[in-house]
Design a protein around this ligand. Structure first.
Ligand SMILES: [Zn+2]
Length: 283
């Protein structure tokens, strides 16, 4: 047996293992696409934490080993090309540029048998507008938190049935709607758990999303859980990672039981899969 070879391999494994322990912030992954996340390195952590905004919206800034970094949510409507962050570092104000590249999201046709959930009545439309205001208010929350936990575990065990960003055409209508979350199909009653710690900022029953829970993870990172059969948490409740939020259902506009999971970063909907390790995604 080749002892030195074995020793070196063991050492290499130990070093890799150790480095994954010390470099904590590997998620979300940098993917500067429409609906993606850009991770932009800023100044040294020995200097004061800089203030960053993008498209006039405040952006998450966190320490990663030696440097501050901005964790930027890019809207699905973003045009490919050079985008700019506004950085305030003490007395200094400057721009930091990054490039957004295009992504070719797929198109799918969907049939909803309950026609009243596709072509809305005046009453339903008014209800939807009222609810939209509440939903927007929840998404616009900002809470200071130094170390935001942005490494998510899967909130429900099931099949990823519809990806983020998909272009959807309902009942052969002309309009294209974007799928702005990740769908995980699971039977009614399957437990839904918190992918990371945070605070429940809103719960409600809405026309499109049914029974819904909003979690604020800090610094503009907010997650949304839709179509629940049952909600097990209350507003203002602090929750830990893997704590139960409720159960999978089919309330609101759905074609079958599933969790619609959405992630907001600096108020833009981004791909939840960017916040999960490969291991979590294949669980
Ligand atoms: Zn969905």
């Amino acid at each position: 047996m080749n002892k030195p070879g074995f020793f070196l391999r063991t050492l290499a494994v130990a070093v890799v293992f150790y480095s994954t322990l010390v470099s904590a912030n590997t998620l979300p992954r940098h993917q500067a696409i429409p609906g993606g996340v850009a991770i932009i390195t800023l100044n040294d952590v020995n200097e004061a934490r800089p203030g960053v905004s993008y498209l006039k919206k405040k952006v998450m800034v966190r320490a990663n080993d030696t440097h501050w970094e901005a964790i930027v949510g890019i809207p699905l409507s973003a045009q490919p090309g050079i985008h700019r962050l506004k950085v305030r570092n003490g007395q200094d104000n400057f721009h930091k540029e990054f490039r957004v590249v295009d992504k070719d999201y797929k198109t799918t046709h969907i049939t909803i048998s309950d026609e009243s959930k596709v072509s809305l009545s005046e009453e339903d439309l008014q209800r939807h507008y009222r609810e939209k205001k509440q939903i927007t208010a929840a998404i616009n929350s900002w809470s200071e938190r130094d170390n935001v936990d942005a490494s998510f575990i899967t909130p429900v065990e099931g099949r990823f049935s519809s990806p983020f960003g998909l272009k959807r055409i309902y009942n052969n209508q002309e309009r294209i709607r974007r799928h702005t979350g990740l769908d995980i199909a699971a039977p009614v009653g399957t437990p839904i758990i918190a992918p990371a710690s945070g605070t429940v900022i809103r719960t409600g029953d809405y026309f499109f999303t049914g029974n819904t829970v909003f979690i604020d993870h800090g610094q503009g990172l907010i997650t949304l859980y839709c179509h629940l059969d049952k909600i097990d948490v209350e507003e203002n409740q602090h929750i830990n990672q893997s704590q139960k939020l409720g159960e999978v259902g089919m309330t609101g506009r759905v074609s079958g039981p599933h969790l619609h999971w959405a992630v907001f970063l600096n108020r833009f909907k981004v791909d939840p899969e960017l916040f999960m390790s490969q291991l979590e995604k294949t669980k």
